[in-house]
Each structure stands twice: as C-alpha cells, then as structure tokens.
Write a protein that binds this ligand. Sequence first.
Ligand code: GDP
Ligand code: MG
Length: 604
Amino acid sequence: TDPSIIRNFCIIAHIDHGKSTLADRMLQLTGVVGEREAKAQYLDRMDIERERGITIKSQAVRLPWTVKADNEQGAEPGTYILNMIDTPGHVDFTYEVSRSLQACEAAILLVDAAQGIEAQTLANLYLAMGADLTIIPVLNKIDLPSANVEKYALELANLVGCEPEDVLLTSAKTGLGVEALLNEVVKQVPAPVGDPDAPARALIFDSVYDTYRGVVTYVRVFDGHLTHRDKIKMMSTNALHEMLEIGVISPEPMKCASLGVGETGYLITGVKDVRQSRVGDTVTVNGRPALEALGGYEHPTPMVFAGLYPIDGDDYPTLREALEKLQLNDAALTFEPETSGALGFGFRCGFLGLLHMEITRERLEREFNLDLISTAPNVVYQVVLDDGREIVVTNPSEYPDGKIAEVREPIVKATVLAPSDYIGTIMELCQQKRGTLLGMDYLSEDRVEMRYTLPMGEIAFDFFDQLKSKTKGYASLNYELSGEQASDLVKVDILLQGEPVDAFSAIVHKDAAYSYGLMMAGKLKDLIPRQQFEVPIQAAIGARVIARETIRAIRKDVLAKCYGGDISRKRKLLEKQKEGKKRMKMVGRVEVPQEAFVAALSTT
Ligand code: GDP
Ligand code: MG
C-alpha cells in the first residue's frame, strides 16, 4: 500500500470519556462492522472488559475511508486506509498506552463534554506529546443535557494550545460529528514516512495469546516490509521465528501477503507465550536484519505483590495451570510457589498495580472456577542490612529480623485533578498518606491540578477509594513511579498464643504500626471462636508487643445442648463438628476456621 493514503491514529482519554464507543462508531461508519453485528464495545473482547466497561488490551483495526468530493472539512477527496488503535485507559496499563502511541502519527484526545479534563487526560496527553504525535482535541458526549461545550472547549484549547473553535465536537453515542472527525483525521494526520528499501523494522505494540493460533503479535512497520515467507528475528533476544501467517485486522483477521511502510497488522509465528513476543520489541527479517532496534524497549515490572491461595487445598494444581495460562497472555504477571503456615500452598504473584491484581484474581476465579484467598498486597522494599548487603523484599515473611540499616520504599509522582472546593480535603488525605505537595495549578477558575509525591505502598491500597469518596467522586488520580526513598518502616507480626500467623504480617510505616496491630487483633478476636483455653492475640514488632486482645476460654461441649435425649441428633452433631474441623487450620494449638482467615484478609 502507498503510505501516502495511510493514517495511523489512536484515541486517548480518561476512563469512561467514550473511547470505546467512539471506536465502535467508527467501525460502523466505515462499514467495517454492520449495523446488526455492532454489539456495544466491539473492540473490548474480553468479558471482563465488557462488564467493567474498561479496555485492557489494545486493539488495532484497519478502516477503509472514502473522503467525499465536497466535504466541509476540506480534506483531499479519495480513498484512505485509517489504522485505529484503541488504547487502555487505566494507570496500571500506561506501558501499553505508551507502546500503542509509538505506532501512530496522531492521537485523538477525547474529553467528556460534561466532565472536562481529568487526570488521565493529562497523563495520556503528555505521553502523546512525548511521542511527538499530532493531537486532535475532541469534546465527546455533546448530546448530554449536562454538557458544557463552551467551558470545556476553552479548557481543552488552553491545554493543547489551539483555538476553542478548533476543538471538534462529537457524540459517539448518536454518531454526530464522527464523519467530520474522520475527515479531519485524513486532513490533519501526517502520512507515515519510512524507507521502503531498508531492512525491515516493525514495532510490536501488542501481543495476545489465542488458544487456537498461539501468540498473535500486532506490529507497526516502520521500514522495509514483512512478508508471509520471511523468517523473522526479535531484536531484543535474537530469537528466530517462522512466519506462519501475516495479515490485517478489519475487524476480524484477514490474511495478506505482506505489510509495508506505515502499515499495522498481525503476525502469527507459532510461539506459545507472549513473553517470546514482547511489547516494545522490534521485529526484523533474518535474511536481511536491521542493525538498530526502534525506540526504547522496557520490561514491564511488577509493582504490587500478594499471595494467592486456593481455599480448597486440592485446587493447588489447578491454580498453577490457571496462572500459567494467564501468563501466556500477560507478560507483566509473575508468580512463584510459596507456602504459608496459615494458608497452605499458594503462589506469590506480582502485578503492575491493584487493578491488574483485581482483574487477574477475578479471571482466575471466573474462568477457572477457583475460590481464592489473597493476602494483603504489598510493594517491593529494598532493605540494606548493617553489613552493607542489600536485599529485595516482596513478601513480609522475608523481611529480616533486626540488623537493618535502612529500608527504602518505592514512591510515585501523583497528579490529582479536582474542583477547587476540595483542596483542603485532598491535602489532608495526602498528608495522612505521607505525601509531599510538589505544586498546584488552576486549570480553570474552579478546577485544580495538585501534584504530590507519595509512597507507592500508601497509594496502592485504599487511597483511590478514599479520594473518590471524600470528593464525592469528582477527583481523578494518575501516578507514575518515581524512584524510592528511605522510610521508617517496620514489620508487624500477628501472633496467636505466641505463634506468628504469617499471612497477617505486614510492612507498614512506624506511625501506622499500632493502628494496624490493633485493627487486626480486634478483627481476629471477633472471627476466631472461643477455644478450651484462653488465647492471647498479639501484634508485635520483633519481640516488642504493641497491641493485645484475648479470646476467653469456654468449655466447648456441643452435646450439652441436647438434654441427653435423642441419640441420632447427637450423632449428627458430632459429625457436623468433625466436618467443621476439616476446614480448621491449626496455628499452634489454636483452631482457626478457614473463614476467619478469609474474612480477616478480605477487608484489609
Ligand atoms: P472508555 O472508557 O473511554 O472506553 O468509555 P466507553 O466508550 O466505555 O464509554 C463510557 C460510557 O459513556 C458508556 O456508558 C457509553 O455508553 C457512554 N458514552 C460514550 N460516548 C457517549 C456519548 O457521546 N454520549 C453519551 N450520552 N454517552 C456516551
Ligand atoms: Mg474502553
């Protein structure tokens, strides 16, 4: 294909501003998806994506588009090929967004006309500007009665540096303005440039495992071309793969003979694991390899760790298989076996963030029919020992006892956008979470952008929920990792009758240790039934007890309730008691029902 008729663009937006809906509308308008097959959010293929209404994996679709002779936008009439890449909007998946951006020349910056600019609008815009993309500002949802087109067009224009009249207006829902938008894409987006005669270089911007076809690798060709006969080479590893199929998505896969400069499409090479076909890597042709890879290539690194355990110990092998299967499609997911005295056999899993963790857990439970317990998530700590050795702690149980010179924790740069009425509330919350204010700007009269550094460990848990509830849902948050800092951190252990329960150990800031200990001890007191003897529950830092509760003893005699009478009833009770015992875990001499662990962990 002649690159001069190609336009590659992506749509970036804060979550829920209408990206996927706009993408659907474009599919329909260009005739790629018929009116009848158009189910909502065609591109959000995973069930979870559709239910939660969020986009996890990027998708790229080829749209044929004919610009009419007398179009109002003044675009050059003719037939074009538009390649649209739908990007994920959540902060956990920023890495995928930034890779998809590298595959485009332009970004449609979509803003909800009833909401205005939000934190991820900014974050995505900065990524797009960093990638030197042409920005097309669009206000969406102008059909809403609550839309304030004038106000937000001005806000958006100020942000991208254009006139308010240059901001395009659409309703992805009704289709209003979408045809004009496509014409503007043709007019404003530069055609791709590359050297057709150079050795082939294509950027991998997505990679998906498919049960039937193996790994499907999505690429954007920058130089040369790839054909279905080529043997390809991954430039980060020098691994060679046979090409089994090459094609374009429109919106179902369609085989083709080759992909040239500026084109996006897919490759199938028969590899079984997305880690062999990593996002950000450069593909070249083995017969005539390129010397230099495209752009920078980053490994996604897990930031949040948690233990995952099957509630039924017999499910352990199923959990392993399930994790292996998910990993085929998720290069960022890591896991290794771990054992817990309290929870049995399970896995220590690493995630990009809390949403990534939640989605993974939900998929495990749903797609593999597993019931799971997860331990409280924690970030990665660097611990420097007195003798100068440095260890990386991803699990509180590996935290060294004593002899610690310094502990460092990851910190993030966070941006909060909110109505200015909430400045005080937000400051208070961030202070509570050990944040430092870096700066504050007014975006308009009544909206501010506040920038903080915060420990990742504080943000990773309930920060976002609290922020939302304290600002009645009006604040939005974005953050990125920004190095590490030394902090006063301690490990708090929870002991039952002097025995530590590993699943409840947590690494927390010194000032929060007491309240964590008190909370866990209080919870367990309510959750663990009385035993034949008194059970002290203690929270301790090393040998120092910081909080204590006691479960008083009872004589547990269920038969006493039966007034000596009915013998079959007695037997039933005894059997029931036995059954109950099976689901008990022993911590020292203390019987703890499985449910107590689940309940204590589910609410932390
Ligand atoms: P995304 O998270 O940016 O992909 O947003 P979605 O496309 O999933 O849209 C979020 C919600 O906004 C959905 O309920 C859509 O139906 C709705 N929506 C999207 N575009 C419009 C629009 O132009 N007008 C109205 N009224 N609703 C819209
Ligand atoms: Mg979406």
